[in-house]
Design a protein around this ligand. Structure first.
Ligand code: SAH
Length: 391
């Protein structure tokens, strides 16, 4: 193995020794040579002892660690890591004919910082959140072909904000081909997935377990699914006998996705689509809902926006708490990484105070097992939710 060296400043090796996978630019003392974005580098402490290998980038997070040994980061390396990630999903029972939608690789949580792979009935959709991962797309592709073997129909590369400025980046199939939309299943319910024009990789896989919980509480209930996107919560509620579901989104495109997905399945409950701004709509609800789901997009992507985001969550939840019928449930979520579990809970409590109603916390929700959090990288926790009862 011969990767150019990066030497850290004295004392700056502590977080790597605790296996936190990020090296911040301020921790670097010197480098062997001029580095290019995406280079594989060997990270050393101030006494020149090797700490591990990672992807370099001219950014605040300067190195994302891939290994804490002297290791070649080649196809075999990716085969081993992606293989282990796939084994975990298999052993968790997430890969079956009833469930063909799962996240195969969740970045730091699967020891591959910067790499996301979602799997939709044989199609792997790859997103790189670092230039280093992008430059190793060929190795990643070969590893996926080896690990998934006959189960793999195609690999689609989807660009992200982090790499779309690089010259020559092109979205598209890097192995095989598959028509979109493509039929796939989550817990026995069918969805049409379009990774080309859809949000994220085409589906919000991270809400699977929370949708299952909603289904459990939805029998004979009237449910409002606000911020519905492709309708996951609506379909789960209907599958367990919700009497009425309203799906609401500000985007007509999202409502079209929801309606197409409804057509693929048979339910007896009534369904109505609403294109509206959730904040405005919930202020004056047309129905006495038993359950309201609030799953807005991330209100804060950066720490500086956190205060404003908290105000937004508070306002939205206060409207819902005011409007829901006595005894009703609210499934409320935040996927803003910078708003942590404690802050989110305090925000909901503040909303209850503002709304002047009594609230009980029944459930505390989070991201599912195919979105694991590396215990040494707590920043990997992003999805949080509560089920509250409003008295
Ligand atoms: N709950 C969804 C994922 C939600 S993604 C699922 O399970 O798949 C967030 C959605 O909120 C997007 O579809 C977006 O169009 C919608 N959205 C954003 N701002 C909105 C607003 N002000 N009112 C209603 N919907 C909004």
């Amino acid at each position: 193995m011969h990767y150019p060296r990066i030497i850290l400043k004295k004392g700056k090796d502590q977080s790597i020794l605790r296996k936190h996978p990020w090296v911040f630019s301020g921790a670097i003392d010197l480098a062997d040579e001029e580095m290019t974005d995406g280079d594989l580098v060997a990270v050393h402490d101030c006494k020149h002892a090797l700490l591990g290998v990672g992807h370099f980038q001219h950014a605040t997070i300067a190195v994302r660690m891939l290994s804490y040994n002297e290791q070649l980061i080649d196809t075999n390396f990716f085969k081993q890591k992606i293989g282990r990630a796939f084994e975990l999903r298999l052993s968790l029972g997430l890969v079956s004919s009833k469930n063909t939608i799962f996240r195969l690789c969740h970045g730091e949580g699967d020891d591959l910082p910067g790499l996301i792979i979602d799997s939709y009935a044989g199609v792997a959709v790859v997103q790189c959140h670092s230039i280093g991962m992008y430059r190793q797309l060929k190795e990643i592709k070969e590893a996926l072909i080896a690990v998934l073997a006959k189960k793999l129909k195609a690999i689609y590369f989807k660009s992200t904000e982090s790499i779309h400025d690089i010259e020559g980046v092109k979205e598209g199939y890097i192995h095989g081909k598959c028509e979109v939309p493509h039929l796939a299943k989550e817990n026995g319910i069918s969805y049409q997935i379009d990774w080309i024009s859809g949000q994220k990789t085409g589906f919000f896989i991270d809400q699977r377990e929370n949708r299952t919980l909603l289904a459990r509480y939805s029998s004979n209930k009237k449910v409002l699914n606000a911020f519905c996107y492709s309708g996951g919560f609506s379909l789960q509620a209907l599958s367990n006998g919700a009497s009425l579901v309203h799906s609401l989104d500000s985007s007509q495109k999202a409502i079209d996705l929801t309606e197409n997905n409804l057509k693929l399945n048979t339910f007896s409950g009534e369904h109505l689509s609403v294109v509206a701004d959730a904040m405005e709509y919930i202020k004056e609800l047309p129905e006495d809902f038993d359950i309201i789901v609030l799953d807005p997009p991330a209100f804060a992507k950066h720490r500086e926006k956190r205060h404003k985001a908290v105000q937004g969550y508070k306002r939205l939840n206060a409207h819902a708490i005011r409007q829901i019928k006595p005894g009703g449930l609210i499934f409320t979520f935040s996927c803003s990484q910078v708003v942590d579990k404690a802050l989110f809970t305090h925000t909901i409590i503040a909303a209850a105070i503002e709304a002047g109603r009594e609230v009980k916390i029944l459930e505390q929700l989070h991201q599912p097992a195919d979105h694991p959090i590396n215990a040494f990288h707590p920043e990997g926790e992003y999805l949080k939710g509560l089920v509250i009862q409003v008295i």
